[in-house]
Design a protein around this ligand. Structure first.
Ligand code: PMP
Length: 353
Protein backbone atom coordinates (compact mmCIF):
# COMPACT_ATOMS: atom_id res chain seq x y z
CA UNK A 1 0.00 0.00 0.00
CA UNK A 2 1.41 3.40 -0.92
CA UNK A 3 1.47 6.23 1.58
CA UNK A 4 -1.04 7.96 -0.73
CA UNK A 5 -3.75 5.28 -0.59
CA UNK A 6 -7.03 6.75 0.64
CA UNK A 7 -7.44 5.72 4.26
CA UNK A 8 -11.13 5.08 3.55
CA UNK A 9 -10.03 1.95 1.65
CA UNK A 10 -7.12 0.92 3.86
CA UNK A 11 -8.75 -2.23 5.27
CA UNK A 12 -10.04 -3.55 1.94
CA UNK A 13 -9.41 -7.23 1.30
CA UNK A 14 -10.16 -7.48 -2.43
CA UNK A 15 -11.93 -10.35 -4.16
CA UNK A 16 -9.68 -13.12 -5.47
CA UNK A 17 -10.98 -14.29 -8.84
CA UNK A 18 -10.49 -17.91 -9.92
CA UNK A 19 -7.20 -18.58 -11.68
CA UNK A 20 -7.04 -17.62 -15.36
CA UNK A 21 -3.66 -19.20 -16.14
CA UNK A 22 -1.99 -18.11 -19.37
CA UNK A 23 1.08 -20.39 -19.07
CA UNK A 24 -0.29 -23.72 -20.27
CA UNK A 25 -3.52 -25.21 -21.47
CA UNK A 26 -5.65 -26.65 -18.70
CA UNK A 27 -9.03 -28.30 -18.74
CA UNK A 28 -10.58 -25.30 -17.05
CA UNK A 29 -13.29 -26.27 -14.60
CA UNK A 30 -12.64 -23.53 -12.04
CA UNK A 31 -14.66 -20.42 -12.94
CA UNK A 32 -17.99 -21.77 -14.21
CA UNK A 33 -17.54 -20.55 -17.75
CA UNK A 34 -19.43 -22.25 -20.55
CA UNK A 35 -17.45 -24.89 -22.45
CA UNK A 36 -19.35 -23.89 -25.61
CA UNK A 37 -18.65 -20.92 -27.89
CA UNK A 38 -21.08 -18.00 -28.02
CA UNK A 39 -24.11 -18.35 -30.36
CA UNK A 40 -23.11 -18.42 -34.05
CA UNK A 41 -24.71 -14.99 -34.67
CA UNK A 42 -22.36 -13.48 -32.11
CA UNK A 43 -19.32 -14.54 -34.11
CA UNK A 44 -20.83 -12.95 -37.24
CA UNK A 45 -21.69 -9.63 -35.59
CA UNK A 46 -18.31 -9.08 -33.97
CA UNK A 47 -16.77 -8.20 -37.33
CA UNK A 48 -14.56 -5.49 -38.86
CA UNK A 49 -17.40 -2.98 -39.05
CA UNK A 50 -18.21 -3.32 -35.37
CA UNK A 51 -14.51 -2.93 -34.58
CA UNK A 52 -14.25 0.16 -36.84
CA UNK A 53 -17.20 1.65 -34.95
CA UNK A 54 -15.20 1.47 -31.74
CA UNK A 55 -14.15 5.05 -32.52
CA UNK A 56 -17.66 6.00 -31.37
CA UNK A 57 -18.87 5.82 -27.79
CA UNK A 58 -21.31 3.06 -27.03
CA UNK A 59 -25.03 3.72 -26.51
CA UNK A 60 -25.33 4.72 -22.84
CA UNK A 61 -29.00 3.72 -22.88
CA UNK A 62 -28.19 0.27 -24.29
CA UNK A 63 -31.51 0.40 -26.13
CA UNK A 64 -31.20 -2.62 -28.48
CA UNK A 65 -30.12 -4.87 -25.63
CA UNK A 66 -32.83 -3.67 -23.26
CA UNK A 67 -35.40 -4.19 -26.03
CA UNK A 68 -34.22 -7.75 -26.66
CA UNK A 69 -34.15 -8.58 -22.95
CA UNK A 70 -37.57 -6.99 -22.39
CA UNK A 71 -39.07 -9.22 -25.05
CA UNK A 72 -37.38 -12.34 -23.70
CA UNK A 73 -38.33 -11.77 -20.06
CA UNK A 74 -41.79 -10.21 -20.58
CA UNK A 75 -40.98 -6.88 -18.91
CA UNK A 76 -40.55 -3.31 -20.18
CA UNK A 77 -37.14 -1.77 -20.99
CA UNK A 78 -37.65 0.60 -18.04
CA UNK A 79 -37.57 -2.43 -15.76
CA UNK A 80 -34.09 -3.47 -16.95
CA UNK A 81 -30.63 -2.27 -15.97
CA UNK A 82 -27.59 -3.50 -17.92
CA UNK A 83 -24.17 -3.66 -16.29
CA UNK A 84 -20.57 -4.52 -17.08
CA UNK A 85 -21.01 -8.07 -15.84
CA UNK A 86 -23.45 -8.87 -13.07
CA UNK A 87 -20.62 -7.90 -10.71
CA UNK A 88 -21.25 -4.29 -11.68
CA UNK A 89 -25.02 -4.69 -11.20
CA UNK A 90 -24.35 -6.10 -7.74
CA UNK A 91 -21.88 -3.37 -6.88
CA UNK A 92 -24.35 -0.66 -7.89
CA UNK A 93 -27.14 -2.43 -5.98
CA UNK A 94 -25.00 -2.46 -2.82
CA UNK A 95 -24.37 1.28 -3.29
CA UNK A 96 -28.01 2.06 -4.05
CA UNK A 97 -29.76 -0.12 -1.47
CA UNK A 98 -27.21 -0.96 1.22
CA UNK A 99 -27.75 2.16 3.36
CA UNK A 100 -29.07 0.19 6.34
CA UNK A 101 -26.63 -2.69 5.92
CA UNK A 102 -26.80 -5.84 3.85
CA UNK A 103 -27.57 -9.43 4.87
CA UNK A 104 -26.29 -12.49 3.00
CA UNK A 105 -25.33 -16.10 3.70
CA UNK A 106 -21.94 -16.97 5.20
CA UNK A 107 -21.20 -19.41 2.42
CA UNK A 108 -22.02 -17.68 -0.83
CA UNK A 109 -20.50 -15.56 -3.58
CA UNK A 110 -17.30 -14.09 -2.10
CA UNK A 111 -17.79 -10.70 -3.68
CA UNK A 112 -20.71 -9.70 -1.41
CA UNK A 113 -18.47 -9.06 1.57
CA UNK A 114 -16.04 -7.13 -0.62
CA UNK A 115 -18.76 -4.82 -1.99
CA UNK A 116 -19.97 -4.26 1.58
CA UNK A 117 -16.46 -3.41 2.78
CA UNK A 118 -15.79 -1.18 -0.24
CA UNK A 119 -18.81 0.99 0.56
CA UNK A 120 -18.56 0.70 4.36
CA UNK A 121 -21.90 -1.11 4.44
CA UNK A 122 -22.38 -3.24 7.54
CA UNK A 123 -22.74 -6.96 6.81
CA UNK A 124 -25.26 -9.20 8.57
CA UNK A 125 -23.93 -12.64 7.74
CA UNK A 126 -26.41 -15.50 8.17
CA UNK A 127 -25.13 -19.05 8.64
CA UNK A 128 -26.33 -21.77 6.30
CA UNK A 129 -28.06 -24.83 7.74
CA UNK A 130 -25.81 -27.84 8.41
CA UNK A 131 -26.86 -29.36 5.06
CA UNK A 132 -25.74 -26.15 3.28
CA UNK A 133 -29.30 -25.04 2.55
CA UNK A 134 -30.42 -21.46 3.23
CA UNK A 135 -32.93 -20.90 6.05
CA UNK A 136 -35.43 -18.39 4.61
CA UNK A 137 -36.72 -17.39 8.07
CA UNK A 138 -33.28 -16.00 8.96
CA UNK A 139 -34.06 -13.25 6.44
CA UNK A 140 -37.54 -12.29 7.69
CA UNK A 141 -38.11 -8.76 9.05
CA UNK A 142 -34.44 -7.85 9.22
CA UNK A 143 -34.89 -4.15 8.36
CA UNK A 144 -32.01 -4.05 5.92
CA UNK A 145 -31.51 -5.10 2.32
CA UNK A 146 -30.29 -8.59 1.54
CA UNK A 147 -28.71 -10.53 -1.27
CA UNK A 148 -29.08 -14.24 -1.91
CA UNK A 149 -27.52 -16.12 -4.79
CA UNK A 150 -30.20 -18.48 -6.06
CA UNK A 151 -29.04 -21.09 -6.87
CA UNK A 152 -26.35 -20.42 -4.32
CA UNK A 153 -22.64 -20.64 -5.10
CA UNK A 154 -20.57 -22.62 -4.39
CA UNK A 155 -23.17 -25.06 -3.03
CA UNK A 156 -25.33 -25.19 -6.17
CA UNK A 157 -28.52 -25.48 -4.06
CA UNK A 158 -31.71 -23.60 -4.90
CA UNK A 159 -34.53 -22.07 -2.83
CA UNK A 160 -38.05 -22.53 -4.19
CA UNK A 161 -39.96 -19.62 -5.65
CA UNK A 162 -42.35 -19.78 -2.69
CA UNK A 163 -39.43 -19.42 -0.26
CA UNK A 164 -38.20 -16.37 -2.21
CA UNK A 165 -41.70 -14.92 -2.17
CA UNK A 166 -41.86 -15.24 1.61
CA UNK A 167 -38.51 -13.45 2.02
CA UNK A 168 -39.67 -10.62 -0.24
CA UNK A 169 -43.00 -10.29 1.59
CA UNK A 170 -41.29 -10.29 4.98
CA UNK A 171 -39.08 -7.30 4.06
CA UNK A 172 -41.41 -4.73 2.51
CA UNK A 173 -39.24 -1.84 3.73
CA UNK A 174 -36.03 -3.01 2.04
CA UNK A 175 -34.74 -4.42 -1.22
CA UNK A 176 -34.33 -8.16 -1.72
CA UNK A 177 -31.66 -8.87 -4.33
CA UNK A 178 -31.74 -12.33 -5.89
CA UNK A 179 -28.53 -13.11 -7.77
CA UNK A 180 -29.58 -15.58 -10.47
CA UNK A 181 -26.20 -16.06 -12.14
CA UNK A 182 -26.92 -19.80 -12.50
CA UNK A 183 -30.71 -19.84 -12.83
CA UNK A 184 -30.75 -21.09 -16.43
CA UNK A 185 -29.45 -24.46 -15.21
CA UNK A 186 -32.12 -24.79 -12.49
CA UNK A 187 -35.49 -26.49 -12.74
CA UNK A 188 -37.91 -24.56 -14.97
CA UNK A 189 -40.02 -22.10 -12.99
CA UNK A 190 -37.28 -21.33 -10.44
CA UNK A 191 -36.56 -17.75 -11.54
CA UNK A 192 -37.94 -14.88 -9.48
CA UNK A 193 -38.21 -12.59 -12.54
CA UNK A 194 -42.01 -13.09 -12.76
CA UNK A 195 -42.32 -11.87 -9.14
CA UNK A 196 -40.75 -8.50 -10.00
CA UNK A 197 -44.13 -7.41 -11.40
CA UNK A 198 -45.76 -8.17 -8.05
CA UNK A 199 -43.25 -6.69 -5.60
CA UNK A 200 -41.58 -3.30 -5.88
CA UNK A 201 -38.78 -4.32 -3.48
CA UNK A 202 -37.44 -7.25 -5.53
CA UNK A 203 -34.39 -6.95 -7.78
CA UNK A 204 -33.29 -9.98 -9.81
CA UNK A 205 -29.80 -10.02 -11.29
CA UNK A 206 -28.63 -12.32 -14.10
CA UNK A 207 -25.56 -12.64 -16.29
CA UNK A 208 -24.46 -13.49 -19.83
CA UNK A 209 -21.30 -15.09 -18.42
CA UNK A 210 -22.52 -18.65 -17.88
CA UNK A 211 -25.53 -19.87 -19.88
CA UNK A 212 -24.87 -17.48 -22.79
CA UNK A 213 -21.13 -18.17 -23.13
CA UNK A 214 -20.08 -14.51 -22.87
CA UNK A 215 -18.00 -14.31 -19.67
CA UNK A 216 -15.30 -12.33 -21.48
CA UNK A 217 -17.79 -9.80 -22.85
CA UNK A 218 -18.78 -8.71 -19.32
CA UNK A 219 -22.53 -8.24 -19.55
CA UNK A 220 -25.07 -8.67 -16.77
CA UNK A 221 -28.51 -7.25 -16.08
CA UNK A 222 -31.00 -6.51 -13.35
CA UNK A 223 -34.78 -6.72 -13.56
CA UNK A 224 -37.03 -4.92 -11.11
CA UNK A 225 -39.51 -2.17 -10.50
CA UNK A 226 -38.90 0.99 -12.60
CA UNK A 227 -37.90 3.02 -9.59
CA UNK A 228 -35.28 0.55 -8.44
CA UNK A 229 -33.89 0.55 -11.98
CA UNK A 230 -33.82 4.35 -12.02
CA UNK A 231 -31.75 4.26 -8.81
CA UNK A 232 -29.24 1.93 -10.46
CA UNK A 233 -29.11 4.28 -13.47
CA UNK A 234 -28.38 7.19 -11.11
CA UNK A 235 -25.37 5.30 -9.76
CA UNK A 236 -24.26 4.33 -13.27
CA UNK A 237 -24.48 7.90 -14.61
CA UNK A 238 -22.43 8.97 -11.58
CA UNK A 239 -19.79 6.34 -12.30
CA UNK A 240 -19.43 5.29 -15.94
CA UNK A 241 -22.25 6.14 -18.39
CA UNK A 242 -20.73 4.02 -21.19
CA UNK A 243 -20.46 1.00 -18.94
CA UNK A 244 -21.03 -1.64 -21.63
CA UNK A 245 -18.84 -1.42 -24.73
CA UNK A 246 -20.16 -1.56 -28.30
CA UNK A 247 -18.88 -5.03 -29.12
CA UNK A 248 -20.23 -6.57 -25.93
CA UNK A 249 -23.64 -5.04 -26.45
CA UNK A 250 -23.86 -6.30 -30.04
CA UNK A 251 -22.74 -9.75 -28.90
CA UNK A 252 -25.29 -9.82 -26.09
CA UNK A 253 -28.17 -8.87 -28.42
CA UNK A 254 -27.33 -11.77 -30.73
CA UNK A 255 -26.96 -14.15 -27.81
CA UNK A 256 -30.40 -13.29 -26.41
CA UNK A 257 -32.07 -13.69 -29.80
CA UNK A 258 -30.77 -17.21 -30.42
CA UNK A 259 -33.10 -19.00 -28.05
CA UNK A 260 -32.58 -22.41 -29.70
CA UNK A 261 -28.81 -22.37 -29.24
CA UNK A 262 -29.24 -21.11 -25.68
CA UNK A 263 -31.54 -23.93 -24.63
CA UNK A 264 -29.46 -26.53 -26.44
CA UNK A 265 -26.35 -25.43 -24.48
CA UNK A 266 -28.23 -25.41 -21.15
CA UNK A 267 -29.70 -28.87 -21.80
CA UNK A 268 -26.30 -30.30 -22.68
CA UNK A 269 -24.80 -28.88 -19.45
CA UNK A 270 -27.66 -30.41 -17.45
CA UNK A 271 -27.12 -33.82 -19.10
CA UNK A 272 -23.38 -33.67 -18.48
CA UNK A 273 -24.01 -32.58 -14.89
CA UNK A 274 -26.04 -35.75 -14.36
CA UNK A 275 -23.32 -37.91 -15.93
CA UNK A 276 -20.62 -36.30 -13.75
CA UNK A 277 -22.68 -36.48 -10.55
CA UNK A 278 -23.35 -40.20 -11.07
CA UNK A 279 -19.70 -40.91 -11.91
CA UNK A 280 -18.40 -39.03 -8.85
CA UNK A 281 -20.90 -40.76 -6.59
CA UNK A 282 -19.75 -44.10 -7.97
CA UNK A 283 -16.23 -43.08 -6.85
CA UNK A 284 -17.50 -42.49 -3.32
CA UNK A 285 -17.92 -38.71 -3.50
CA UNK A 286 -20.65 -36.78 -1.74
CA UNK A 287 -22.14 -34.42 -4.34
CA UNK A 288 -24.67 -31.72 -3.45
CA UNK A 289 -27.76 -31.64 -5.67
CA UNK A 290 -26.68 -29.03 -8.17
CA UNK A 291 -29.06 -26.69 -9.96
CA UNK A 292 -26.12 -24.93 -11.63
CA UNK A 293 -23.31 -25.49 -14.14
CA UNK A 294 -20.97 -26.71 -11.40
CA UNK A 295 -20.80 -29.42 -8.75
CA UNK A 296 -19.79 -29.07 -5.13
CA UNK A 297 -18.26 -32.36 -4.10
CA UNK A 298 -16.09 -34.02 -1.47
CA UNK A 299 -14.31 -37.34 -1.38
CA UNK A 300 -13.91 -39.45 1.74
CA UNK A 301 -10.57 -40.75 0.40
CA UNK A 302 -8.64 -37.54 -0.28
CA UNK A 303 -8.73 -34.03 1.19
CA UNK A 304 -10.23 -31.21 -0.85
CA UNK A 305 -6.91 -29.43 -1.12
CA UNK A 306 -4.96 -32.56 -2.13
CA UNK A 307 -7.48 -33.38 -4.84
CA UNK A 308 -7.32 -29.81 -6.15
CA UNK A 309 -3.51 -29.96 -6.26
CA UNK A 310 -3.32 -33.42 -7.82
CA UNK A 311 -5.79 -32.41 -10.53
CA UNK A 312 -3.85 -29.23 -11.23
CA UNK A 313 -0.60 -31.20 -11.63
CA UNK A 314 -2.43 -33.31 -14.21
CA UNK A 315 -3.72 -30.27 -16.14
CA UNK A 316 -7.22 -29.94 -14.69
CA UNK A 317 -8.22 -26.82 -12.77
CA UNK A 318 -11.07 -26.87 -10.25
CA UNK A 319 -11.86 -24.35 -7.51
CA UNK A 320 -10.89 -24.98 -3.90
CA UNK A 321 -11.80 -22.56 -1.10
CA UNK A 322 -9.75 -22.25 2.08
CA UNK A 323 -12.79 -21.54 4.28
CA UNK A 324 -12.65 -24.31 6.96
CA UNK A 325 -16.41 -24.98 6.63
CA UNK A 326 -15.98 -26.12 3.03
CA UNK A 327 -12.31 -27.02 2.81
CA UNK A 328 -13.06 -30.70 2.09
CA UNK A 329 -15.03 -29.71 -1.01
CA UNK A 330 -14.09 -28.66 -4.51
CA UNK A 331 -16.28 -26.72 -6.89
CA UNK A 332 -16.11 -28.31 -10.32
CA UNK A 333 -17.54 -26.51 -13.35
CA UNK A 334 -19.36 -28.63 -15.90
CA UNK A 335 -17.34 -28.74 -19.12
CA UNK A 336 -17.94 -30.77 -22.25
CA UNK A 337 -18.81 -34.44 -21.87
CA UNK A 338 -15.31 -35.30 -23.07
CA UNK A 339 -13.69 -33.00 -20.49
CA UNK A 340 -15.76 -34.55 -17.72
CA UNK A 341 -14.83 -38.07 -18.84
CA UNK A 342 -11.18 -37.00 -18.61
CA UNK A 343 -11.84 -35.55 -15.16
CA UNK A 344 -13.39 -38.81 -13.95
CA UNK A 345 -10.54 -40.92 -15.39
CA UNK A 346 -7.99 -38.61 -13.78
CA UNK A 347 -9.70 -38.77 -10.38
CA UNK A 348 -9.72 -42.58 -10.65
CA UNK A 349 -5.97 -42.49 -11.29
CA UNK A 350 -5.37 -40.13 -8.35
CA UNK A 351 -7.44 -42.27 -5.97
CA UNK A 352 -5.72 -45.49 -6.98
CA UNK A 353 -2.18 -44.02 -6.90
N1 PMP B 1 -22.91 -13.95 -8.95
C1 PMP B 1 -22.45 -15.18 -8.73
C2 PMP B 1 -23.15 -16.04 -7.74
C3 PMP B 1 -21.32 -15.65 -9.41
O1 PMP B 1 -20.83 -16.87 -9.16
C4 PMP B 1 -20.69 -14.81 -10.36
C5 PMP B 1 -19.51 -15.31 -11.15
N2 PMP B 1 -18.29 -15.25 -10.56
C6 PMP B 1 -21.19 -13.52 -10.53
C7 PMP B 1 -22.32 -13.13 -9.83
C8 PMP B 1 -20.54 -12.53 -11.44
O2 PMP B 1 -20.64 -12.85 -12.78
P1 PMP B 1 -20.35 -11.82 -13.93
O3 PMP B 1 -19.79 -10.55 -13.33
O4 PMP B 1 -19.41 -12.51 -14.83
O5 PMP B 1 -21.68 -11.55 -14.58
Amino acid sequence: MSQFFNSFYRDLDPYTPGEQPQDKKYIKLNTNESPFPPAPGVLDIVNRKEAADLRLYSDPELKPLKAALAETYGVTPQEIFVGNGSDECLNFAFMAFGGDGMAYPDISYGFYKVFAALHHISSDIKPLNADFTIDPSAYFSIHKSLVIANPNAPTGLCLSLEQIRRIVEQNPDHVVIIDEAYIDFAEPGSSAVPLTGEYDNLLVIQTFSKSRSLAGARVGFAIGNKELIRDLETIKYSTNPYNVNRISMAAAVEAVKDTAYFSECCQEIIRTRKYTTDALEALGFTVLKSQTNFLFARSCDITGKALYQSLKERGILVRHFDDPAITEYNRISIGTREEMETLIRTIQEILSA
